[in-house]
Design a protein. Structure first.
Length: 117
């Protein structure tokens, strides 16, 4: 079941910027504070859809692994934007993928393309 988008989602999305920006400049203090607020709002335990790509993104940025940082940031931004991301499932728009919050998987696929460009 997909989580409801948080009231922090739009602010966090804006604070993070694009996946490229995250890979280039790291995770801002503002974004970290918003993530912490999301964590608190969810009762101190985020679903894997948020925590797994965030942690992977954080480590990749720290280690200078730009490719992994971009992929993990894209996954995290999709979770924030659409309220879902199954890290073990097929990518949005592919057979078996969970539908986006708008029930239009092309929106999620377009978002990935935009973030990767």
């Amino acid at each position: 079941m997909a989580a409801k988008p948080s009231r922090y989602a739009a602010a966090l999305d804006a604070a993070l910027g694009s996946a490229d920006q995250i890979a280039d400049r790291g995770i801002s203090g503002e974004a970290q504070n918003l993530y912490n607020a999301l964590w608190t709002e969810q009762g101190g335990k985020l679903e894997d859809q948020y925590s797994q790509p965030w942690e992977e993104m954080r480590v990749a940025v720290r280690d200078g692994d730009r490719g992994t940082a971009i992929r993990a940031a894209t996954e995290f931004l999709l979770a924030i934007e659409f309220g879902f991301f199954d890290p073990n499932g097929p990518p949005p728009g592919q057979p078996g993928a969970q539908p986006s919050a708008t029930n239009d998987s092309s929106v999620a696929v377009d978002s990935v393309r935009i973030l990767r460009d």
